[in-house]
Ligand binder design. Structure first.
Ligand code: 13P
Length: 305
């Protein structure tokens, strides 16, 4: 019967979960041991996601696609994002390991992300007391285990503002970091003088002595948030001291916006059929592709898939 066959179509998922949509445990552990870093790049829409996946495939790099709660809301929700990522991975024949990661999630968001196919989660309790942060992190580790997902938590805090989350930029305490690591988390974000968004001209450098201490206390991959705009030499040094996942958002946003601004300001955007979004966004997409490839080279994750 017609009605029955329609029902059957909707009951069976059209796209099965790609085998290479994985948690980030192994990719970050390998990077930690091999002294390079896996790029975590925040996605904002279809163009971002497609461009990042294609660039990672071109460079044969593992990749972590990050979404903050704000980005989840913007794109429609967890199911939309899961559908978009798995659809693109299938249609574009992506073969490199990809992790779909919740960035700076609240406890409730972690639960929703896991229920909707995310393979990795960050619980951000950095605004809580350490005791509360620790207790929630313990619960997140327990929950993520059920889904075989990787877990990131934060100690200390990252300076600046991202999607309404404001951090004072507090340097992490090694004892607290070690306690968190011992919970069985997979990688740890720690405040080491890093800032979300553009670095002010007065900013000098990451607190390498703190990083060294934190990294040797924890013995797992450390995460560098606010990865945009840090001088290459500092990125290299940070990786040598245990940073194995680097989060990048602003630099891609800037590359995309600058290319589109140029296209508009030159008057090109008003010519012919350049009102077509596929033409209007093309320069931004190419600028993002180049930025992702540059970052993969800089982080050393090329050919590590
Ligand atoms: P930037 O926007 O500074 O690159 O930071 C991104 C980030 O840390 C996401 O968690």
């Amino acid at each position: 019967m017609a009605i029955k066959s329609i029902k059957t179509i909707f009951e069976k998922p059209i796209i099965s979960k790609p085998k290479n949509l994985v948690n980030a445990k192994e990719m970050v552990r390998k990077a930690f041991e091999g002294k390079y870093a896996v790029p975590h790049i925040n996605i904002n829409n279809l163009e971002w996601t497609k461009t990042i996946l294609l660039a990672a495939e071109e460079a044969k790099s593992p990749i972590i696609l990050g979404t903050s709660e704000g980005a989840v809301k913007y794109m429609g929700g967890y199911k939309t994002i899961y559908g978009m990522v798995t659809g693109l991975m299938n249609d574009l024949n992506i073969t490199v390991p990809v992790a779909l990661h919740l960035d700076h999630g609240s406890f409730g968001a972690v639960e929703k992300a896991l229920q909707n196919g995310y393979t990795s989660v960050m619980y951000d309790g950095s605004h809580e007391t350490f005791e509360k942060n620790y207790a929630n992190a313990q619960e997140v580790v327990r929950l993520a285990k059920k889904y075989n997902a990787s877990v990131e938590v934060e100690v200390g805090s990252i300076g600046g503002e991202e999607d309404g989350i404001v951090g004072e930029g507090e340097i992490a305490n090694p004892e607290e970091a070690k306690k968190m690591a011992d919970l069985g988390i997979d990688f740890l974000a720690a405040g080491i003088g890093n800032i979300h968004g553009p670095y002010p001209s007065t900013w000098k450098e990451l607190k390498f002595s703190a990083l060294k201490e934190l990294s040797s206390a924890c013995g797992i991959g450390m995460v560098l948030h606010g990865g945009s705009g840090i001088p290459k030499a500092q990125i290299k040094k940070a990786i040598s001291l245990g940073i194995s996942k680097i989060n990048i958002n602003t630099e891609l946003q800037q590359a995309n916006a600058q290319a589109i601004w140029k296209f508009v300001e030159s008057g090109e955007a008003k010519k012919g059929k350049n009102f077509d979004p596929r033409k209007l966004y093309a320069t931004g997409i190419e600028a993002m592709r180049k930025t992702v490839l540059e970052k993969i080279n800089e982080l050393g994750s090329k050919n590590k898939a």
